[in-house]
Design a binder for this molecule. Sequence first.
Ligand code: PPE
Length: 311
Amino acid sequence: MGAVGFDESEWIWKNGEMIPWADAQLHLLSTAVQFGTSVFEGVRTYETPNGPAIFRLDSHIRRLLDSAKIYRMVPDFTPEQLAEACKEVVRKNELTSCYIRPMVLRGYGAVGINPFDSPIVTFIPAWPWGAYLGEDALKNGVDVCVSSWLRAHPNTYPQRAKAGGHYLSAQLMKMEALENGYVDAIALAPTGLVSEGSGMNLFLVRNGVIISPFLDGTSLEGITRDSIILMANDLGYEVREQDIPRESLYTADELFFTGTAAEVTPVRSVDRITIGSGTAGPVSLALQKHFWETVRGENDDPHGFLTYLDG
Ligand code: PPE
C-alpha cells in the first residue's frame, strides 16, 4: 500500500478468513467510522527460547469481549476462536515478535446514531511494532507533562471498555504534549487526582513502595498494570493503590508508565520538574528487567502469562 510509518503485514484475519492486508476496508458510512464504535485490544507477541509466545492472550480476549458487551455488540466468535485467530494471524504472517490489534466494530448498515442495524465485523491485524516511545525512552526515561485535558467522568465513556471513540480524548492529550515539546502526557481525573497516561497506566515509587492510582472508572484497567503488580509482589516490593494528587508526581522518587505498547517506560520529568535523579530509577529498572525476562520466556512464568504459538 502507500507510504505509512510502520511495517505492514500480508494478511489480516476477518470474520474467520484470512484476507490480504490491503483488502481490510470499511465503507465511509460505517458506524465505526462515523461514531467511533469499535472495541479493540493491543496484544504483544515476544520471541522466546521456545518460539513466539503471546503475552496474556486470554486476559486480552476477555477484555475485548467485555468491551463488546458494554457496547451491546455480540461477535460471532467464542473466546477460544478469537484466541486461535490471534495465533493464526501471527503464524500466517510469519511474524515472531509483533503487536496484535483485534478489533470488533459496527460496520455498514445504519446511517444514524442507532447502531443496531450495522453488522458486527471482527478484524485481527498484526504487525511488527518496536519500542512505543523509542529505545532511549526504555533506558533513560521520558519527559512528560500533565495534560490540560481531563479524563472523562465515570458513566460518560465507560472506561472498562477499550473503545475507539474514547481515544479522541487520548489524541488531544498526545497532540498537545507533542506540540509543547513533551513525549507524552499524564491526565487527571475530573476529581483533579491523577488518572493515567494517554495510552498507558502509571506507577510511582516513593520510599521503596510502589503506588498506582485506584481504578476509579476514569482509567483503563491495564493488563500490564496488573502484571506489574503481580511481578512486584513476586519480587518482594510493597504495592499500594491509592489516591494520587498531582503534586505527588513531582515529589516521587521514580515514575513509570505501563502498557502493552509502552511496556515499562520510566518517566524522568513531569512539567519540566525532574523526577528523582532525572533518569530511569532502580525500582523501575528492576521491574522492567523482570518484565523482559518474563515476556521473553527467560524465567519460569509462575502466573502462566505466556501462550506459545507452537504448542
Ligand atoms: N490506558 C490506556 C488509555 C490505554 O490505551 C492502554 C493501552 C493502557 C492504559 C494500558 O493497558 P494494557 O495494554 O492492558 O496494559 N493502550 C494500547 C494502545 C496504545 C496505542 O497508542 O495504540 C496499548 O498499549 O496497546
